[in-house]
Design a protein around this ligand. Structure first.
Ligand SMILES: [Zn+2]
Length: 68
């Protein structure tokens, strides 16, 4: 499977990840729910990582400011 593509839950055709309609069989919302949930988890993890890295960077800057 190519990155950014996913199998239609109805016909199994490979379609772009964010398609709202399957180009092969024409059903709406062809992406399986579990895949969407997985995507939400990945986004949530990315947000948490960004926040943690941001907090660490902010803490480092604060520590440097206190040193000098
Ligand atoms: Zn389809």
């Amino acid at each position: 499977m190519e990155e950014g593509q996913i199998s239609c839950k109805n016909c199994g055709a490979l379609i772009p990840y964010h398609s709202s309609r399957c180009p092969e069989c024409g059903i709406e919302n062809p992406i399986p729910r579990s895949e969407k949930a997985k995507n939400v988890i990945i986004i949530a993890m990315a947000v948490i990582i960004v926040v943690l890295v941001g907090a660490m960077a902010y803490g480092t800057v604060n520590a440097l400011v206190k040193l000098f």
